[in-house]
Design a protein around this ligand. Sequence first.
Ligand code: PEP
Length: 253
Amino acid sequence: MRRKLVAGNWKMNMSFTEADDLISGILEDIDSNGIPENVEAVVCPPALYLELATDMASGKELFVGAQNVSEYENGAYTGEISAAMLESVEVDYCIIGHSERRQYFDESDEALAGKVNMLLKHNIKPIFCCGELLDDREDDMHMDVVSTQLEDGLFHLTEEEMSKVVIAYEPVWAIGTGKTATPEQAQEMHAFIRALVAKKYSQASADACMILYGGSCKPDNAAELFSQPDVDGGLIGGASLKATDFISIIRSA
Ligand code: PEP
């Protein structure tokens, strides 16, 4: 059976003290009540708080992810953070290709392919985001868009490398808008993505591949989304900023 994963993308939110409080709140609940068997919980705070997070989560049932990484190994890239740096503070995962990075920072599929390579080289599991704009869906181009993003950003990997990647399907029209994809829309796209992985690699790879849903996933809709056969958990934005909501979503997986 595939594992499930729930990852909280904090984006550019939280002071140091608030970050400490939020992680403490999540850990308090996990320490008292555990988390469901077969579910992995991940927090992805801003880079400045990663070491705090990995220190606090050490030895606990909580993993830590970054929100971005440089495609370069090291050197004169002012302001960037390398995969080696993330590895050195024991980060487990890294979100790659979030639609906000594609939209506001012009991240190309080519750059994303380089970032994925760099993460794998440094033993960090990529959470590779894909998803269509509202116009794409209205033009019935959503499958083509997602297929191109996977082909250009991910499918250069070997089958062995691909086994370390988590895919997050995030329709852009559902991110931070309160407009969630219906369980049927999510399932349809997740099944399509799984079929692409099967075609490119193998059925075994596709069966093992974790595919998360992201886009206005909340405590009151998580269970229904996660009950779809090809939805293996979620990438959670706004609702990951409150410990009780995030924990409730983890328990829905
Ligand atoms: C996200 O940013 O990855 C996301 C899914 O955000 P939200 O849950 O707020 O829609």
